[in-house]
Design a protein around this ligand. Structure first.
Ligand SMILES: [Zn+2]
Length: 262
């Protein structure tokens, strides 16, 4: 898969290793490249993995948050999103929780990978035994205030030992990862047999991206490194041994949801 210590290979797709990729857009200092065969997209050049912990430091997070709100239009959009969510009673974890409640017995163990400040854990913890893992010590500290176990580190190299979970959740994380195939393999390894993966990531195959082109809000280099679409994610998961892969891709949503069983 992607070796982030070296420049991107000249022509072959890092996901399917078959298709040739071409430049779709140029955004700031990055090219958005897309495989002609499987549709997988990624930024070029790839930032070095060693820079990622700094990227999630407290000051960098605060700076990005403020940048997002700069300008009257962006502030208005953030305000509208906040109130729409509030009025509809939907929080970031609501959709997943509905799915979990239907399919996973109360009291099961849940690992939320990239739990951030605990948006998903805050709703799931009332029904499940929740653990979070987060690369940013600053965000992990916030999540701990929810009185759940929060580990700090990279989940691909964290010493979990024999520990396994009934549910592994990855909400809006996959697009930030250097090596998504390695990450998905680790999700499979961390699940109990019969366990369930819940995943949400930006939808590069969605209508919004096709309409907006280079102005699509999902393009956020170098924060977002890789861009899946439902078909190539489902194929990758099956290849890694997941079964019963289901995709939910709301038409005007920038992201899609995926459920898969070990
Ligand atoms: Zn490909």
């Amino acid at each position: 898969m992607i070796d982030a210590s070296t420049p991107m290979p000249a022509s072959t797709c890092p996901l399917c290793a078959i298709g040739k990729h071409t430049i779709l857009h140029r955004i700031s200092d990055w090219d958005i490249r897309c495989c002609k065969d499987c549709g997988f997209a990624f930024i070029d050049p790839y930032p070095a993995p060693a820079t990622r912990p700094d990227f999630y430091s407290e000051s960098a997070i605060v700076e990005r948050k403020e940048k997002k709100r700069r300008g009257p239009l962006k502030r208005l959009a953030a305000f509208a999103r906040h109130w729409l969510r509030k009025l509809s009673g939907r929080t970031k974890g609501t959709l997943f929780l509905r799915e979990l409640t239907r399919r996973v017995p109360e009291g099961s163990t849940v690992l939320d990978i990239g739990c951030g400040a605990g948006a998903f854990l805050s709703t799931a913890r009332h029904r499940y035994h929740c653990t979070g893992i987060e690369i940013s010590a600053h965000l992990a500290e916030h999540a701990r205030a929810l009185d759940v176990e929060v580990l700090v580190g990279d989940f691909c190299s964290y010493p979990f030992g024999e520990r396994r979970f009934d549910v592994v959740a990855m909400v809006s994380l996959l697009e930030h990862l250097h090596d998504p195939r390695l990450a998905l393999r680790q999700c499979h390894a961390l699940l109990n047999p019969g366990g369930m993966l819940l995943l949400k990531t930006v939808n590069h195959g969605g209508l919004n991206r096709r309409l907006m082109g280079a102005r699509w809000s999902g393009y956020r280099p170098p924060d977002h490194l890789v861009y899946f679409e439902p078909d190539n994610l489902a194929a990758t998961l099956r290849e890694l041994g997941f079964r019963d892969v289901r995709i939910h891709a709301p038409l005007f949503n920038d992201s899609f949801y995926c459920y898969a069983m070990r």
